[in-house]
Design a protein around this ligand. Structure first.
Ligand code: SF4
Length: 466
């Protein structure tokens, strides 16, 4: 895949990062102006947006959720889904229209799509109303790009990742739970995945920086952290004299934070040591997202996943046997190029064997620049849709079964806020990541409380505070 070579990658110096952060001259430059920030895609993008928001606020912008009120609009894009481009350009149509009325409106694009050469070229050729484009490797330049915005488009996308930078400020969405990046990028190069191209090679943060961030979160009253990376259990592999993910988990557990989660794990990197550490510490939550992708070893090989169906099942059962009451969820892709009926049946067999708590299921869609996109696919879309439907029915039946096990039990729930569907209730998550709508607990937001489960559905539980 050709990546934008608009600017040569370079190593950032501490001085430069400091300059971006500390120049007080910038602080009030945009005071009274508003920013509208829209995020597409995964948790990594959600967390990047927390950094982007902090950088915008450092310039004096304040947040608005109303597009028409904005003085600057930033769209943090995702390249994973096929319809991501359509969604983005659909929304950009609204921004373009708004700019006709508000001449000074600044429009910026960032995230994974901004790392794609064809997208950048399209913006340069057809979307001149977009003022700023930056990539996943230079979010730290945002203030500069805004301040130095001239009549022409300000486009700065690096094709290489550079160093990990620290001391990042975040405008966190929650005061209860926080994302903590432990690594960036991914070296796995699964054949269908664009991430190694848009996010670069794996770079792990130093453990002492991660622990410092978690300790600060504990001091500030946070109850839960989710350690975040494309492939968290490969953490530290490229660091000399550092620790592995199991050691990191143990160190984070010893900070005293009440709940620890992590996403996403790759089965190939899941060690026995990790399983033992998760089982040992009560504050490491018994919840694991373990992407399967396919139950056919033939398809797994074509996907470059590095494990067979049998190896996945062995790992799955080891986790289930060692960690009491663990919940395991997964990702499954249906209709990888030339997936046969036999391959699909094997996926259903694995689902029956594992009885996952839930799963994100997708129809394969080719991402330009990945090896899988070059495979000539003979399977009609109607067949893929039917397979997805069948798979979802099976997954939902197991989700319901898994949730029904909670009926009449009392479980610990971290209450996060008022339920969107019923304002008389609050919502939160069990240790096993089950969504619970809770009665009788409107004054318990931010607390971990005992909840008796009164009803179980496929996607959520109902309960009452005891
Ligand atoms: S491990 Fe995950 S992020 Fe990395 S290439 Fe594979 S699917 Fe993509």
């Amino acid at each position: 895949m050709n990546l934008p070579d608009l600017k040569k990658a370079r190593i950032r110096t501490d001085k430069e990062v400091e300059y971006v952060y500390l120049d007080e001259h910038y602080q009030k430059l945009f005071a009274g102006q508003k920013y509208f920030l829209k995020t597409y895609g995964c948790q990594m993008n959600v967390h990047d947006s927390e950094e982007i928001a902090a950088r915008l606020e450092s310039l004096g912008f304040s947040k608005t959720d109303v597009l028409e009120e904005a003085d600057i609009v930033i769209l943090n894009t995702c390249a994973i889904r096929e319809n991501a481009h359509d969604k983005l350009y659909g929304f950009l149509g609204r921004c373009k229209h708004l700019k006709k009325e508000k001449k000074d409106l600044i429009i910026g694009i960032c995230g994974c799509m901004a790392q794609e050469e064809n997208v950048v070229k399209e913006i340069m050729n057809k979307h001149q109303y977009i003022d700023i484009v930056f990539g996943t490797h230079n979010i730290y330049k945002l203030q500069d790009l805004i301040i130095n915005k001239k009549e022409k488009q300000n486009i700065e996308v690096y094709s290489c990742e550079g160093d990990v930078y620290e001391n990042i400020s975040y405008k966190r969405d929650s005061k209860i739970k926080a994302w903590v990046n432990i690594q960036y990028g991914c070296d796995k190069f699964c054949t269908y995945c664009i991430v190694p191209y848009t996010r670069g090679k794996q770079r792990s943060r130093k453990s002492k920086e991660i622990i410092k961030e978690v300790e600060d979160l504990v001091k500030n009253g946070y109850k839960e952290v989710t350690l975040l990376g494309q492939n968290v259990n490969a953490y530290g592999k490229e660091l000399k004299d550092e620790i592995n993910f199991a050691n990191l988990l143990e160190k984070v557990a010893n900070t005293g934070i009440e709940r620890i989660r992590f996403v996403t794990s790759h089965p190939w990197d899941f060690t026995d040591e990790m399983i033992e550490i998760i089982a040992k510490y009560d504050n490491i939550m018994p919840y694991i997202h373990l992407p399967l992708q396919s139950g056919s070893s033939r398809i797994l090989k074509l996907m470059g996943r590095r494990y067979t169906k049998e190896e996945y099942l062995t790992l799955y059962h080891k986790i289930k046997e060692t960690i009491p009451n663990v919940a395991i969820t997964t990702d499954i892709i249906v209709g990888f190029p030339n997936e046969t009926e036999e391959d699909f049946k094997e996926t259903l067999e694995v689902v029956n064997a594992c009885q996952f708590d839930s799963a994100f299921t997708f129809i394969y869609s080719p991402r330009e620049g990945t090896p899988a996109a070059k495979i000539d696919d003979k399977i009609p879309m109607a067949v893929k849709e039917e397979r997805l439907h069948k798979l979802n029915e099976l997954i939902n039946s197991y989700s319901l079964k898994a949730n029904q096990k909670y009926l009449d039990k009392t479980v610990k729930v971290l209450i996060e806020g008022v339920s969107e569907k019923d304002s008389t209730k609050v919502f939160g998550y069990t240790e096993t990541m089950k969504l619970v709508n809770v009665e009788n607990a409107s004054d318990k937001i931010g607390e971990i409380i005992d909840v008796k489960i009164t009803d179980a559905k496929s996607f959520s539980l109902d309960g009452i505070y005891q």
